[in-house]
Design a protein around this ligand. Structure first.
Ligand SMILES: Nc1ncnc2c1ncn2[C@@H]1O[C@H](COP(=O)(O)OP(=O)(O)OP(=O)(O)O)[C@@H](O)[C@H]1O
Length: 258
């Protein structure tokens, strides 16, 4: 568990979930979100262990983004709890969850187009206690394959390069868990392959991931374990081969009742 770098951040009381496994990084219990009469996330018990690279898939409107926003704190649940490293974060604001080791990259890039690539990386690094911000930014540029573009305005990068830059910005905080919402949407085959390589290499180095994705070729490249969400509930969980061969999963994607 990362220690909050900001001394003003207090995450207490530290209430361990009864269902938290020793190696579980993320546990949701009975997590529920209603929008009026619509239950977007319905009593979800979702566990991710340390070191996992879990993909979260499901048809449009299944509740994937809502679940992610409940985990990051962008949304408050109607019911249920969110535990991170055994600590109850349900009522902790989202910026404090970042300090606790939870990073998120939303679907559209959130970068500063007028700043250079290196300057963009320096922004999150200022949140850390590192005193070698310039060299840390360059290390990350190497990692995300953008070393040659350090001085280019971020707005000049391709869509795929911007996504890699933003993943790099999130990794500078050395999160315990990285959440990515459709990281390869709108990318070329080559760009998708480079993001897949980056995620795999960060995961090989020990970073835990939850990745929401529709592109099944990409899911196959990066993940062995997949969770399928349908109508707000966990529908299936298992190895990618089993999930793809599951006729009930195929039916929900066709909009048929399973
Ligand atoms: N702020 C909101 N207000 C009302 N309804 C919402 C809100 N956000 C999401 N919903 C509804 O909740 C359900 C789940 O939406 P969500 O975006 O989480 O699904 P998703 O699985 O991420 O879909 P997609 O793959 O299309 O992005 C949908 O029916 C959606 O219309």
């Amino acid at each position: 568990m990362s220690t909050p770098s900001d001394p003003t951040v207090r995450i207490e009381p530290a209430v361990a979930s009864t269902d938290t496994d020793r190696d579980a990084v993320l546990v949701t219990e009975n997590l529920t979100k209603r929008f009026g009469g619509l239950t977007a996330v319905d009593s979800v018990d979702f566990t991710v262990d340390e070191g996992e690279l879990r993909c979260l898939i499901g048809p449009n409107g299944a509740g994937k983004s809502t679940l992610l926003e409940l985990i990051t704190g962008q949304l408050s649940p109607t019911a249920g709890r969110v535990y991170f490293d055994g600590i109850d974060l349900t009522d902790v604001p989202s910026h404090e969850r970042i300090d606790a080791g939870l990073s998120v990259k939303f679907q559209s890039p959130h970068i500063y187009e007028a700043l250079t690539v290196a300057q963009n990386l320096q922004i999150p690094l200022q949140r850390t206690d590192r005193d070698d911000i310039r060299s840390a930014a360059h290390e990350t540029l190497e990692e995300v394959g953008l070393a040659g573009r350090a001085d280019a305005p971020a707005g000049d990068l391709s869509h795929g390069q911007q996504q890699r830059l933003e993943i790099g910005m999130a990794t500078t905080l050395e999160p315990t868990l990285m959440l990515l919402d459709e990281p390869v949407a709108g990318m070329s085959v080559e760009e998708t392959a480079s993001v897949a390589d980056l995620i795999r290499s960060l995961n090989d180095d020990g970073m835990t991931f939850v990745v929401i994705e529709h592109d099944m070729d990409f899911v196959r490249k990066i993940s062995d374990q997949v969770t399928v969400l349908n109508q707000g509930s966990i529908f299936r969980q298992g190895a990618i081969e089993e999930i793809e061969a599951d006729e009930a999963v195929q039916r929900i994607y066709l909009g048929e009742d399973a």
